[in-house]
Write a protein that binds this ligand. Structure first.
Ligand code: BDR
Ligand code: CA
Length: 310
């Protein structure tokens, strides 16, 4: 099995990713680390617990992490994810006493005590940067990092060039990219914007009529309305679920290996600058995904999450 820590800020699409992860028998989920991003840190930790409760997996530990970015003030995305951060699905709460401290220390401890641990990062990279800064050698034992974030050939979703996770804490991504030794894959808007969850998918959630499908239905209902209001598209993007799916099955997408830096200030803040033509003669530090098989993703999602309806 692939040993993994999932770092997230649930978040509707983080919620989808967690549901999928918990249904993947290929994964050994060692812990879920959370942080402030889409919503405040404590709310993110509570949401991770709510999803574990829904899935009957409260045995997996949840950690609370960074309250906000390394150097900037936290900007949340409440309008995108609803009052509860999970599309106003208002899932049943779990006992808050189950939340541990803290994400960065757990990441380091896990990497110290285990071999071949990967991290799937579905939020700003603040926790990862903090862990790395504390103990670079241990952090660099990580097997692989798959990070949802960035935008290469497509526009941003927070600024003309900034994708939310990298725009919220550009210093964290830049620090991680500068120092990472393990393979780092950027699952950016180039691929996530091509994977659109449509009303027909929601109809399946509605017909399946299980507690999990009800959550997916309620959350996507809210998300779909947001996308219509703001982008005039019928459908919503489940960014983080694609990143998780790619970690499990990397035939879902591919791209190029290149040297990448992230702009930390000014109008380009959060922009992922990909040296595709190798002007800087630096070794690649990032696998930038550019192509994706959207249908294959949805097949995987439905087959894994609802095997009973195959
Ligand atoms: C990313 O930002 C958050 O709103 C989502 O959860 C995802 O991680 C998309 O830009
Ligand atoms: Ca997220």
């Amino acid at each position: 099995k692939k040993k993994v820590i999932i770092d997230c800020d649930p978040g509707i699409d983080d919620g989808f990713a967690l549901v999928l992860a918990l249904k993947c028998e290929e994964l050994d989920i060692l812990g879920i680390t959370t942080l402030g991003g889409n919503i405040q840190a404590i709310a993110a930790a509570k949401n991770a617990l709510k999803i574990l409760k829904l899935m009957g997996r409260l045995d997996i530990p949840v950690y609370m992490g960074a309250e906000g970015p390394l150097k900037r003030k936290l900007v949340t995305a409440k309008e995108v994810h609803g009052k509860d951060g999970l599309g106003n699905a208002f899932l049943e709460e779990a006992d808050e006493a189950l939340i541990h401290n803290n994400s960065a220390d757990f990441i380091l401890e896990t990497l110290r005590n285990n071999e071949d641990v990967s991290i799937v990062a579905l939020a700003p990279l603040t926790n990862l940067a903090i862990a790395m800064e504390k103990d670079m050698e241990t952090f660099n034992k990580v097997k692989e990092i798959v990070s949802m974030g960035g935008a290469f050939r497509v526009p941003g979703n927070c600024s003309p060039v900034g994708e939310f996770n990298y725009w919220v804490d550009p210093h964290a991504v830049q620090y991680v990219l500068e120092n990472i030794k393990a393979p780092f894959t950027m699952v950016g808007l180039d691929v996530t914007s091509k994977v659109v969850l449509k009303p027909e998918h929601m109809e399946l959630f509605r017909h399946f009529n299980t507690p999990v499908s009800k959550f997916l239905y309620d959350a996507s209902r809210f998300y779909l309305d947001f996308y219509w209001e703001h982008e005039k598209i019928i459908g919503c993007l489940v960014h983080d679920a694609l990143a998780l799916a790619y970690f499990v099955d990397n035939t879902l997408a591919d791209g190029l290996h290149s040297y990448v830096q992230v702009a930390t200030e000014g109008i380009a803040m959060g922009q992922t600058i990909v040296d595709e033509k190798n002007f800087y003669k630096r070794n690649p530090n990032c696998h930038v995904l550019t192509r994706v098989h959207a249908d294959k993703f949805f097949d995987m999602f439905f087959n894994k999450v609802f095997p009973e309806f195959k």
